[in-house]
Design a protein around this ligand. Structure first.
Ligand code: ZN
Length: 212
C-alpha cells in the first residue's frame, strides 16, 4: 500500500531538499496535513515571495531584499543590484573574503570583525576533478577580481576547516596566484572538521584577526 498520489508527490518534492530523506519528507507532509489553512497560506506566500522579492547580489551572490538597500552607492554597472554590504560606501573595498555559502557570510558578519566585501563561492570540492570544480563560481570570481584588480589588496579564503574546505582552499590558491594579491586564511583556533557556522563569534573573530 502506498500513499495517495498528492501526498506522494509532496514527499518527493521535500526529498529534494538538502539533508532531507523520504522519511523526514513524509513527516513534513503529515505535519502540513495537520496544519490550519492559514498556516498553509502563510507558507505558500512565503515560498512564492522568495523568488518575487529576494534578489541575488550581482557582485557577491548574497541574497537580499531591495528594500534593505537605502542608498544608491553602487558602482557603475549593475547599480541597484548590489546587496546592502556591497552598496555600503563605508565597507573596505581593499578586502575580499571568499566564503563557501550564504550562512558563512552571515556568521562572519555577526563577529563584526570584518569590514570588507565578500564573494560566495557556492560550495566546496572534495576533489580537483573538473566535474567537481565546475560547480563553483570560479569564472565569476575571476571576473570580479579582474574588474577590481586595482582596488583589491587582500583576498581572504574563509572556507570551512573541513577536508572539503581544505581541498577548496588549495584549488583557490592555484586559481588566485596569477593575480599577485596577498592571499590569507583564517588563523588558528577554529575547531578542525567543524563548520564556521558552529564556531562561536569570539573564536571566529580572533581567527579573522589572526589571519595570515
Ligand atoms: Zn553583495
Amino acid at each position: 500500500m502506498s500513499y495517495p498520489s498528492t501526498i506522494q508527490k509532496l514527499i518527493e518534492l521535500f526529498s529534494k531538499f538538502p539533508t532531507v530523506g523520504p522519511r523526514t519528507a513524509a513527516r513534513f507532509v503529515f505535519y502540513l496535513l495537520k496544519s490550519s489553512k492559514e498556516e498553509i497560506e502563510e507558507l505558500i506566500n512565503s515560498i512564492s515571495n522568495l523568488k518575487k522579492i529576494v534578489k541575488i547580489c550581482s557582485f557577491c551572490f548574497n541574497p537580499f531584499e531591495p528594500s534593505q538597500v537605502s542608498s544608491k552607492f553602487g558602482e557603475g554597472k549593475g547599480e541597484g543590484d548590489l546587496c546592502p554590504i556591497c552598496s555600503n560606501p563605508s565597507r573596505d573595498r581593499n578586502l575580499l573574503c571568499i566564503v563557501e555559502k550564504e550562512t558563512d557570510l552571515i556568521t562572519i558578519e555577526k563577529t563584526k570583525k570584518y569590514n570588507g566585501l565578500y564573494f560566495i563561492l557556492g560550495g566546496t570540492v572534495s576533489s580537483l576533478r573538473k566535474a567537481d570544480v565546475e560547480k563553483l563560481r570560479i569564472k565569476e570570481l575571476q571576473e570580479r577580481i579582474k574588474n577590481h584588480i586595482e582596488l583589491i589588496k587582500e583576498i581572504i579564503v574563509a572556507t570551512n576547516p573541513t577536508t572539503e574546505g581544505e581541498a577548496t582552499t588549495l584549488y583557490l590558491e592555484r586559481v588566485l596566484k596569477p593575480y599577485n594579491k596577498r592571499i590569507t586564511r583564517l588563523g588558528r583556533g577554529l575547531p578542525v572538521g567543524a563548520e564556521l557556522e558552529y564556531a562561536d563569534e569570539e573564536t571566529l573573530g580572533s581567527a579573522l584577526e589572526g589571519r595570515k
